[in-house]
Each structure stands twice: as C-alpha cells, then as structure tokens.
Design a protein around this ligand. Structure first.
Ligand code: 6R9
Length: 643
C-alpha cells in the first residue's frame, strides 16, 4: 500500500464545503447526537410540506427503520419546483447521445413541463399513489422524466436495466406486480440498437396484469403493437396539462424498488423510501463531489443501476445542479469519447467505474491527451475496488495530477455514499475509499462476530441506521432480515470485506459472499448456475469469480454434463446463449470448464473455496481437501484447466 504516495488536499479545495476540522467535528456530532445532526440536515437540504414527528427510530433485530416519520414531502418538488424561482432557465439535464452529433439541454422549467405532462399521462392511464411502474429504457431524458413523474404522483418506480433479457424483465415485473411499463422502441448504444420493445413484448406475454406499455419513439423502428395496452409516449403526453400538483408523501412512503443480486435465490427488490433517501443522496452529492453552483457534473452510470438513481437524477437535481446523461459507451466511436464530451460540455466533475478506467487505460494515453480536460476539477469512482495502478493512471493522465479522486463505497442497499473522501477534508491514498460519511457508524468484525479495534481486516458492518438505508425486500421482509441483519445480530452486514489501516483508512477488499462483481455489475453465482442447469444436457454447475484485468472479475463456470453427454463447442455456445437469454449479456461466462465431478463435502456442499483457487490458477494453495467426499475430483479439475 505504501508504494503509492498519499495526496494531500490540493490548494484549490481549501475552501471546499467541508474541510478536515469540519469533517471531524461534524462526524463526531453525527455519531454522538444523530437525531440533532440529521434533523438539522433535513431542514437544511430538503423542503418539507410538514415537519416530522421523530427524526429516527430503528431496530436492527427486526430490520425496521423509520426516518422523519410523520414528515411530508415530495421528491419531484424537491428536485424541480423549488429551484424554479432562481433556476427556471438553468440547464438541469444535458443529454449526450450515442452519436457525437446528438445532444440537447433541458432546463429546469422544461423538466417541470415534461415531468408534469407524463405524471398526468400516467394518471390518465389509471396509475395512482403506491402503484408500481416498471421503467425499461435507454439513457434518454425520458428515463429521468419517468422516474420523476412517478415520484410526482407517489407511484413507485422499478427500473430494469435495458441490458437485461426479456426473462429477467418478466421476473422483475411479476415480483413487484408492476402494471405499467415505460419503454422505448429501441435503445442505441455504441452504434448498435437494442430491441427494447421486442424484449418488453416477450416479457409481457407472461404478465397479464400489465395494462399499459408506454413507448418512447427513439429510433422509429417498426414495432409490434398490442392495441389497448401499447401507447405512444409522445402522443399521450402531448394532450396532457403541464401542471400536476405534487402528491404530498410520507417520509416513509416507498420511493422505488431496485432489483439487485445476492448470494442466494432470485434478485431481491430493494425498497427505498422517500425522505431519508433523498436527504442522504442530496447531502453526499454536495459534500463528496464538493458541488459548486453552476458546475457541470457527469456520472457515466446507467439509470438501471443504483448509481444512476442516486447520482444522475436524485442527488444532483435535489441540489439544483446540471447533470449530464450519456446514452453511449466510453469506447464509441473511440476511446477518446469521454474526454471529448468533457471538453464539449465543459464538465467539472466526472464519476465513473474502475472497469471503465481500466478499459481506457489499456488503450493508452493518446486518446486522453488529445483533449484539454481543463474544465475538470474532480474525479470519482464507484462500483468495485479500484487498484492503485488504475487510480494512479486516472489521477495522473486523466486528471493531469490536479483533480482529487473520490472513491465512493456504497451499495444498492445503502442508497447513497457510505465511505468516501471529502475532497476538501481527506488526504487520498490510492485504492482506499478512506473514511465514513457523516452518521455512518462502521465496524470490522472477526469471523466470530467480535469487533476489531484499530488496524485489521474483517467483515464490514454498520452499527446503526443511516437515512438512506434499505427498508425492505419488496414482498419479503423476512428475506431482508435474513440477508442483512441475521449474520451478525445487531449489525447490518454489507457482504464486503475490508481492511482498516493504522491511519483509520478503509480499504474495501471485495465481496466475501457468493456475489460476483463483473464490470461493476452485481450478479449472484447462483443466478448464473440456475441459468446453466436449465440446459437439458447439464447435470450441475458451479460458478466462481476470477481476477480479470478489465472487468475486475470474470465468470468462471464449472459445468458437469449429464451422464453420456459429450462436451462440445456447440454445447459451450448453447450454455453461453442460455446465460444471455436468462440474465443478459453481462452474465456471459468467460470460462467454461467441463467438470466430470465437483468438489463436495460429505454433506454435499460444493467447496467453492477450492473452485476459486483453481479458477485463479493458485494451484499451490488449494488448502485442506481432506474433507472432500472424493478428493480425486480436484486433480481432474487442475489437470484440465482450459486456460
Ligand atoms: C454503488 C454500487 C455494491 C457492491 C459493494 C462492493 C462494490 C461499490 C465500491 C465497491 C470497493 C468501492 N463496491 N463501490 N468496492 N470500492 N468504491 O456499486 O452498488 O451495484 O449494489 O454494488 O459493489 O462490493 O458491496 P451495487
């Protein structure tokens, strides 16, 4: 860790919102007096229709948390209307299309119009408070309008990433009983089209409760049409009023559901609520990115992931910022695209994932150096641990050694940043997410659940509630308790391991459960395994992650064919196709190894530890294999490694 130097707070951040002394004092107060601290923050950051009765109440055993109970507010009002007196003509969203010739600016006044028209359109189709609306969209402004229109009328959105398959879309629509879907004819990414309406049609064959499918015309492609159910977005919003009074919501009313993977079973619908979520996203946006009036901010995530929710839409707009939304990919038309966009729109803050940084680093410095990037003031990363080499390239080459990097650790379940540098307060160590955000009370636990004091490595847990905490797993509260609150009773278990160094810096080491992180996308090994064993020629499958230069982790699948079935290239191809069909292209295994047998304990448990070592090619450290039912299985796997 020490070969990479620490970077002190640069001179131009000395007047940041939060300096080192303020961080210390505010952090201490937030832990000693959370009610006082968060009550003040909630008044400062948000506009309330009615004040709350109680700042917070939680019980980590029952998995209950309530923030600002009794308080009333509306998210779209906080993200739009309250800014109008001074910002009606300021750009709220800059849209940069996949084609470098396409871009547009949407002012706060225009945003209000579009959101209200769509909110009224949803009402006209019978959508009301509490109803779930599925959003399956490309990265176009209408995706943000859809989110905000839901919040305007108190509907609960569930965004499904546009890269997910019809099968995955169907599961998510059914799980939360979404009766309205908003999609587009096609998406456009990296010069290619994505058949969103075709996918939605396939998914909806099995979703009889969906009464409305609103379709945005993005490419004008011919699409199949189900009369009565399918409605062109443009036609419907055109006839609606641009005035829609915001629904006053309870702070604890559901805001959105977002599906994410865990170590077992189908993806879980993580449920977030209104007040606490908006407070923490808004506050972290201002402080972690040291957001200044008039700045242009760009987060490259997709709105299908939590990062897109919190840091393209809600956090920036709650602060009255200008947020750039990008339809394309960092490597199209070439690897210089991001920096071209930075110059074109004079971006000040750029927030992306380590996998994108590594992919661009692999292409070399030239595409970066072609651009000026003089507007950049701050860089950020999220999604997976960033290796110090990639951090240093990002810092030196992209940031020309003058832009701090905020490495922000958080999760779908945490809703907002939990561990992050504050650029005016925190000296940076490459590869460390540094210190907890205000109110975030962390601990590292040993295997036996005892807390580690001082430096050490262990399981990362949170000791008390934070405002944007997960409230439930949609439709299965017990599953939330089992997943997050029962491993170490009294703590929220993150599923991540971490090291705390002698200066108190946190270094996230990655997942300690069966969750893969492939290019920053979470996937349960069980999900990929279930897809593989759907094939009639496959008896069993075990999936593990292995280190991948660009993706962070790759997918390594051990597959046992049925007795009498000869493995073949054709079968391999069919298995890959099956993963794409069931989950989406991100679930394509990088390696498939035919395994006549899998290493199992006598009780039949697959020993993934051994499979991980083989996948990592760490054949000297397989560890104890004596408890295996049949240790010879391991020799066979080692001898037949395909890579
Ligand atoms: C926001 C987001 C969460 C998992 C998390 C961890 C990994 C995210 C990280 C990081 C190291 C960071 N992760 N940020 N690891 N450093 N700065 O990514 O949410 O998709 O739910 O993934 O991602 O393993 O547990 P989500």
């Amino acid at each position: 860790m020490s070969e990479f130097p620490t970077h002190p707070v640069p001179a131009n951040f000395k007047d940041a919102h939060i300096n080192a002394e303020q961080y210390q004092a505010m952090y201490k107060r937030s832990i000693d007096d959370p009610e006082g601290f968060w009550g003040e923050m909630a008044s400062e950051f948000l506009s309330w229709d009615k004040p709350w009765d109680k700042v917070m109440e939680y019980d980590f055993v029952k998995g209950d948390a309530a923030w600002f109970a009794g308080g009333k507010l509306n998210v779209s009002y906080n993200c739009i209307d309250r800014h109008l007196p001074e910002r009606a003509d300021q750009t709220a969203l800059i849209w940069e299309g996949d084609d470098p010739a396409d871009s547009k600016h949407i002012t706060y006044a225009e945003l209000k119009d579009s959101v209200c028209r769509l909110a009224n359109a949803l009402k006209a189709r019978g959508v009301s408070k509490g109803d779930r609306v599925c959003i399956y969209m490309p990265m176009i402004p209408e995706a943000a309008y859809a989110m905000l229109a839901c919040t305007r009328i108190g509907a609960v959105h569930s965004i499904v990433f546009g890269g997910f398959s019809p099968e995955a879309l169907k599961d998510r629509i059914l799980d939360s009983d979404c009766q309205t879907v908003i999609t587009a004819d096609e998406g456009v990414r990296g010069g290619r089209t994505v058949p969103l309406k075709v996918n939605a049609d396939k998914a909806l064959e099995a979703c009889p409760n969906v009464h409305t499918c609103l379709v945005v015309k993005r490419t004008g492609a011919d699409v199949a049409w189900t009369e009565g159910r399918d409605v062109w977005y443009e036609a419907l919003v055109a006839s609606q009023s641009n005035d829609c009074p915001p629904e006053s919501m309870d702070a604890e009313d559901p805001l959105f559901i977002l599906y994410t993977s865990g170590s077992t079973g189908k993806p879980k619908g993580v449920l977030h609520t209104t007040g606490g979520y908006l407070l923490q996203t808004s506050m972290t946006f201002k402080y972690a990115f040291d957001y200044r009036e008039g700045e242009i901010y760009w987060c490259t995530a997709d709105v299908g992931w939590v990062t897109g929710h919190s840091y393209i839409v809600y956090g920036p707009l709650a602060n009255g910022a200008t947020s750039l939304m990008f339809e394309g990919v960092p490597t199209y038309p070439d690897a210089g695209r991001c920096w071209e966009v930075v110059d074109k729109h004079q971006v000040n803050t750029f927030y992306t994932a380590p996998t994108a940084i590594r992919a661009l680093q692999a292409v070399g410095d030239e595409p970066v150096k072609r651009s000026s990037r003089a507007s950049l003031r701050l860089l950020g990363t999220v999604g997976e641990p960033i290796n110090p080499e990639a951090w240093t390239w990002y810092y030196e080459v992209v940031g020309d050694g003058r832009c701090p990097i905020v490495d922000t650790w958080w999760q779908t379940e945490t809703g907002a940043h939990m561990i992050t540098p504050l650029p005016g307060a925190t000296p940076l160590k490459p590869g460390s997410a540094t210190f907890p955000f205000f109110g975030v009370n962390l601990a590292l636990l040993n295997e036996d659940g005892t807390e580690i004091e001082g430096p050490g490595s262990g399981y990362l847990v949170v000791k008390s509630s934070w405002p944007s905490q997960i409230r439930s797993v949609y439709g299965d509260h017990q599953r939330m308790i089992d997943t997050y609150f029962s491993t170490y009773p009294g703590y929220y278990f993150t599923g991540d391991g971490a090291t705390r160094d002698e200066d108190g810096y946190y270094w996230i080491t990655g997942r300690v459960d069966d969750v893969l992180n492939v290019s920053g996308h979470r996937m349960g090994t069980a999900e990929v395994e279930s897809a593989l064993v759907l094939h009639e020629d496959i008896a069993e499958a075990a999936v593990v992650g292995f280190p991948h230069d660009i993706k962070g982790q790759g997918i390594y699948a051990y597959v046992t064919p049925m007795q009498g079935v000869e493995p073949s290239e054709q079968l391999r191809k069919e298995l890959i196709d099956l993963c794409v069909k069931e989950i989406g292209p991100i679930a394509k295994p990088d390696v498939i190894q035919w395994a006549p047998g899998l290493p199992k304990t006598r009780s039949g448990k697959i020993m993934r530890r051994i499979l991980r070592k083989i996948a990592e090619n760490e054949l000297d450290s397989l560890g104890d294999i004596s408890t295996l039912a049949d240790p010879s299985v391991v020799d066979n796997l080692v001898d037949n490694r395909p890579v």
